[in-house]
Ligand binder design. Structure first.
Ligand SMILES: *Cc1c(COP(=O)(O)O)cnc(C)c1O
Length: 341
């Protein structure tokens, strides 16, 4: 049987040979004592790429996001986030159960709140409402279908927030996908926010890790919260070494993933019973609407094609380094067969 075409997520990417070599030879030290030169180098590079002063290496994107909430907010504060944000769906509720911050979901037109959409839910201080402290953004937006938002969208939300004394965090797990798709620097996409998280372990193929970036003062406090969460690691330059390869070598090739996602969308759009909007596919995520998403995903397995059902009607396909042109064609044929029953 042919090999499996795994379109569940870009997190399944294997570390590259160059990463394994860098890991084997990395200079390391105790990073809780701030003595790991490889971690320090990764944090500097990530911060520079997103245009912020400092970075903090975290075990995962979920941890980096949680550290950001703990650093920005106090117990009882509220954070405004699009109702489809990753943090509301896939991070085990850490924002509320661990940080004590109330996540207030926003209805937005396209996943990225406009000043008007933010204004609509925030009134003057009122005893009925938790005080809003944080505005949460996501770029690219996973559940919206990998949508990349231009820098002016982020700047508009940030201007609105800063005028009210609020902070802005950007969940940029796939920020480099957005930068590549839009042809802008990641720093342009993160310039107006107070903190930004980027993942190394998705399309960039590192085995683990995300970097939380912000001002020197923000990262200093974030470092204490990371310790409180048990995220102070020792000779973790072993992992950071792979992260450095991810940032240096793996960003430009994301355009390949985007090209294949677009091809996949165009192929799927031809299939009766499948609704896809190829023109909306900007990065490496394709959302397909079908009558019975779990049923189709289950039947796809028999054809050696893996995908995720996001809900009863939506299948998510994600392209990445291990998905080749022939795999896209195979996936389209498999979906055709699986939808037919
Ligand atoms: C994957 C992801 C995260 C969380 O990262 P993990 O490393 O899986 O914890 C956060 N936000 C978005 C948008 C993601 O896609």
């Amino acid at each position: 049987m042919d090999r499996t075409v795994d379109l569940r997520s870009d997190t399944v990417t294997q570390p590259t040979d160059q990463m394994r070599e860098a890991m084997a030879t990395a200079r390391v030290g105790d990073d809780v004592f701030r003595e790991d030169p490889t971690v320090a180098e990764l944090e500097r590079l990530a911060a520079q790429m997103v245009g912020h002063q400092a970075g903090l290496f975290c075990a995962s994107g979920t941890m980096a996001n949680l550290v950001a909430v703990l650093t920005h907010c106090r117990r009882g504060d509220a954070a405004l986030a699009d109702a489809e944000a990753h943090v509301l769906h896939y991070e085990a509720g850490g924002m509320s159960v661990l940080a004590g911050t109330f996540p207030q979901p926003l209805r937005t037109r396209d996943g990225h709140p406009t000043p008007e959409e933010l204004e609509a839910v925030v009134g003057p201080p009122d005893v009925h409402r938790p005080p809003v402290r944080l505005v949460w953004l996501e770029n690219t937006h996973n559940r919206a279908g990998g949508v990349a938002y231009r820098p002016d969208r982020t700047a508009a939300a940030a201007r609105w927030a800063h005028a009210r004394g609020l902070r802005v965090h950007l969940d940029g797990a796939r920020l480099f996908n957005a930068a590549v798709a839009l042809g802008v620097a990641a720093a342009d996409l993160a310039a107006s926010v107070d903190s930004v998280m980027v993942s190394l372990s998705k399309g960039l193929s590192a085995p683990a890790g995300s970097v939380l970036c912000g001002s020197e003062a923000f990262v200093e406090e974030a470092r204490r919260w990371r310790k409180a969460l048990g995220g102070g690691m020792r000779q973790v330059g072993i992992l950071a070494a792979a992260g450095l390869v991810a940032l240096r070598e793996m960003v430009d090739r994301l355009r390949e993933d985007h090209r294949r996602a677009r091809a996949l969308a165009e192929g799927l759009a031809e299939i009766p019973g499948v609704k896809v909007e190829p023109d909306r596919v900007q990065t490496n995520i394709v959302l397909a609407r079908v009558a019975d998403a779990p049923g189709v995903v289950g039947r796809l397995r028999a054809y050696g094609v893996l995908a995720l059902a996001l809900d009863t009607h939506t299948i998510r396909f994600v392209t990445h380094r291990h998905v080749e042109d022939g795999d896209v064609e195979r996936a389209v044929q498999a979906v055709r067969a699986a939808v037919a029953g």
